[in-house]
Design a protein around this ligand. Structure first.
Ligand code: F6R
Length: 613
């Protein structure tokens, strides 16, 4: 939800800012803008559309300056147009500000400022903050940092901001609350960004600001960090472990395809150091350090949104089957507002790729206040969720850039599988023989994913057949029911084809009315104890002329006579099936979307990191 980037140093800021925006475009891409400090001048350029349009717009314009701020927007308040694009000016145009987040009480503040003579150009909540800062600065005759402190003391909501003042090319100010912000620390140069991707090319040293902290960043000295209440803070410099190559497409046409093909490696990375070479032990340090909490838990509540919520559903099946602990899986957005009953011995698991999802953060807050122990499963190291949980496990897949989550999802499943086996062994709710068999099988999963990926070309051909469809149904049972929902979500978000995922047996309770000869039905019918039942559900679709694409285990001869198209995958344990069955569904969605000429990595209306509720 919006990406912000800032630079102050000795080089030209513009190319660094534009490159940074390209890295952050996954966070929003409906308009973009830049402000550059050039001596006593401040030039602002902004346009509706992608970063490439901003770059083209700036051609032949004065983009000189060694300090600047830039923004790529995902609209919340005000339609995406040139005026609502950031940066926003203050009344005198002396202050420029970019913002990621939402100022919830902006209407009240705006009314007050209008009464005091301010004139607004845009419909955004952000402009209110730019105007408020200047109003306070002038009224009290104080310095910009003090005005930012006072202004932020008045706003309710979430923000990561960067502020620049005309005539002060030597200084940028940044602040955050409930929206991410990293400060890159170079040699006589500093960077501000929503995540580390715009920074890593120049330095691997970063500082993550905490909520309600403000950084005053000069060119030649260490940033000064103070709270809104003016308490000085010292923040540790962290060494980043990501590399630039992880942020590039590596020869693939899209990040999404690269990330799908990355999965054998990312799954191995997720297991590395956790499952020993002989496959006799699985150790997750977060579980080891808190094993009593997990073993004594009367209940586990899993909180997540979107694809991570689907991972949570599979987590429920795993934890209940192996650890015999009742599990509830909740949408964070519902949980946070429904006054849930919580007990101090509840264990909460929050799952989030970005670690910044606003609803999940708020749900975690609620659970913590109720006394629960909160465990995070996050991908982004140092993210807000990682920091606001008592303990957790990283998924270690590196940056996921395609907006549709793929490799982070399978690593969430892998983490949940390892956690379940760890806890089950500790609780003795699994026999040693089964534990060892499952661990060995888990270790074979990356090779099996690799084998499935070899079917890419035939899945691409299949995709070509179904681009006509306006609707899709996905069916699965047991462990594959959440995968049916995940397959449907992947398809709709990147191809804009309407799709629904159902537990196969539920179809006859309503959705079967949708079946006709135009309706493609993707049925997951792998070789497990649900197989015969899913076959019956498929026969019901066939009897109504639906077109069936079946995901089956290798050598399933019977299905070839029933389904219109068959995709084979290697056999595995039922409980690990989702790690394999999701792969052809990711590829199918990808190829359908590409055939329909969709912007796969940046689908319309979506953003990678949902930092607003
Ligand atoms: C879909 C997708 C989203 C996210 C959801 C939660 O492909 O990526 O549904 O899963 O927005 O995001 P995180 O996992 O970052 O909390």
């Amino acid at each position: 939800m919006c990406g912000i980037v800032g630079y102050i140093g000795c080089r030209d800021a513009f190319p660094i800012l534009i490159k940074g925006l390209y890295h952050l475009e996954y966070r929003g891409y409906d308009s973009a803008g830049v402000a550059l400090a050039n001596g006593g001048e401040m030039n602002i350029y902004k346009t509706k559309g992608r970063v490439s349009e901003l770059e083209a717009f700036c051609k032949n314009r004065d983009v000189s300056g060694t300090a600047g701020i830039a923004h790529t927007r995902w609209a919340t308040h005000g339609e995406p147009n040139n005026i609502n694009a950031h940066p926003h000016y203050s009344e005198s145009k002396n202050i420029a500000l970019i913002h990621n987040g939402i100022i919830e009480n902006y209407v009240v503040i705006k009314d007050r400022l209008i009464q005091n003579g301010c004139h607004f150009q845009s419909d955004t909540d952000t402009e209110v903050l730019a105007q408020l800062i200047e109003y306070i600065k002038e009224l009290n005759n104080i310095d910009l940092c003090a005005a930012v402190q006072l202004a932020l003391g008045q706003v309710i909501g979430a923000y990561a901001i960067a502020v620049m003042e005309k005539g002060r090319p030597d200084r940028l100010i940044a602040a955050r609350k409930s929206s991410p912000l990293a400060l890159g620390v170079g040699e006589d140069e500093f960077f501000i960004a929503s995540d580390a991707s715009p920074i890593i090319e120049y330095t691997n040293k970063v500082i993550y600001l905490e909520d309600e902290e403000i950084a005053v960043v000069y060119r030649h000295e260490a940033p000064k960090i103070v709270t809104i209440g003016n308490i000085e803070k010292t923040r540790e410099i962290i060494q980043l472990e990501i590399s630039l190559s992880q942020l590039e497409k590596g020869g693939y046409p899209h990040f999404m395809l690269k990330e799908i093909f990355d999965q054998p490696r990312t799954l191995r990375d997720c297991m590395r150091g956790r499952i020993d070479a002989d496959c006799k032990q699985v150790v997750l340090s977060g579980i080891r350090d808190h094993k009593e909490r997990f073993c004594n838990a009367k209940r586990i509540i899993i909180l997540a949104c979107g694809t991570s919520w689907h991972a949570g559903l599979i987590g429920e099946y795993l934890l209940e089957e192996f650890c015999r602990i009742p599990v509830e899986v909740e949408y964070s957005s519902e949980f946070r507002y429904r006054n849930p009953v919580m007990y101090p011995d509840d264990v909460v698991i929050a799952i989030s790729q970005s670690g910044e999802t606003a609803d999940t953060l708020a749900a975690i807050d609620l659970a913590r206040r109720a006394g629960a122990f909160v465990y995070g499963i996050c991908n982004v190291v140092g993210s807000s969720i990682a920091r606001n949980t008592h303990s957790g496990s990283y998924t270690h897949v590196g940056p996921e850039i395609g907006v549709a989550s793929t490799k982070a999802f399978t690593a969430q499943l892998m983490t949940l599988a390892m956690m379940s086996l760890c806890i089950a062994r500790e609780k003795k709710t699994i026999s040693e023989e089964r534990f060892l068999r499952l661990l060995e099988e888990l270790n074979r999963i990356p090779d099996k994913v690799e084998r499935i990926l070899r079917a890419d070309e035939s899945i691409k051909n299949l995709a070509g057949i179904f681009t006509y469809a306006h609707n899709f149904i996905y069916l699965g049972r047991g462990y594959n029911y959440p995968i049916a929902m995940e397959g449907a979500l992947k398809l709709k978000e990147i191809s804009y084809i309407h799709a629904e995922g159902y537990p196969a047996a539920e179809m006859k309770h309503g959705p079967i009315a949708l079946i006709d000869s135009e309706m493609p039905v993707v049925a997951i019918a792998t070789d497990n104890e649900m197989y015969e039942k899913v076959i019956s559900n498929i026969q019901e679709v066939k009897a109504r002329n639906g077109r069936i694409i079946a995901i089956v285990s290798e050598n399933d001869a019977a299905m070839k006579d029933i389904a219109d198209y068959v995709i084979e995958i290697p056999a595995t344990e039922d409980c690990f099936d989702p790690l394999l069955t999701v792969i052809p569904l990711q590829l199918l969605s990808y190829h359908i979307a590409v055939t329909k000429r969709r912007d796969v990595d940046r689908p319309r209306n979506l953003a990678k990191s949902v930092t607003v509720e």
